[in-house]
Every structure is written in C-alpha cells, then in structure tokens.
Design a protein around this ligand. Structure first.
Ligand code: FES
Length: 107
C-alpha cells in the first residue's frame, strides 16, 4: 500500500533540529516513532505503559489539547526532575494528523 507521509514533526534533540515525516498508523505512539528514528539510548524503557518517564518530551508549539495528560502520566511526571507545564510522555501521544506541524524537544 502506498501511504502518504502527511504528518511533519520537528524534533530538537541534543541541540540539533531535525524534521521527521510519518502518517497515521505508521507507529503506535510518538515514543515508538522517536525511538525508531533516533535510537535514543534508554528511551521508552517501559514500552509505553507511562511509568518509566524515559520518554519525557517538551511540547514547544502546539495546542492546549496536546498538553492534557493521559493515564499514568501525571503521576509519573510528578516524580521526575525538569518537568514543566509543557512536559509530556511521548508514549501517551498517539500519532494522528493533529500532530502535523508539532515541535518537540526530547528532554
Ligand atoms: S515509555 Fe515509559 S513512560 Fe513512556
């Protein structure tokens, strides 16, 4: 099947800015996408249960809706350092077209 890569996400990682393209359904969530594209060491240790906090990102430019926490996210973030109001766990963000234009920083 020929898929259209119609979701663009800008990622700031280790001081570098990179753009990645994906489409709805290519990856289960943003954590899986970032892990696959960048091979970040120790990223996503709990495989998306929202408990390890290793997939911590900051949302740089998107809507309030994307700042709403899911599941275990608030509990996990409250135990961590360097958390602010833009913090999210990438594993709790599903890949869909609403993410197009998103800018994030991997913490
Ligand atoms: S992968 Fe563990 S909290 Fe996201």
């Amino acid at each position: 099947m020929n898929r259209k890569f119609d979701i663009s996400i800008t990622v700031f990682l280790n001081g570098e800015k990179q753009s990645i393209m994906t489409y709805q359904g290519e990856y289960r969530n943003l954590m899986a996408l970032l892990y696959d594209k960048f091979y970040i060491e120790d990223f996503g240790e709990c495989k998306g249960t929202g408990r390890c906090g290793t997939c911590h990102i900051n949302i740089l430019n998107h809507s309030e809706e994307l700042l709403n926490k899911e599941g275990n996210e608030t509990t996990t973030l409250n135990k961590m350092d360097f958390v602010d109001s833009n913090s999210r766990l990438a594993c709790q963000i599903m890949i869909d077209k609403k993410l197009h234009g998103l800018q994030i920083e991997v913490v």
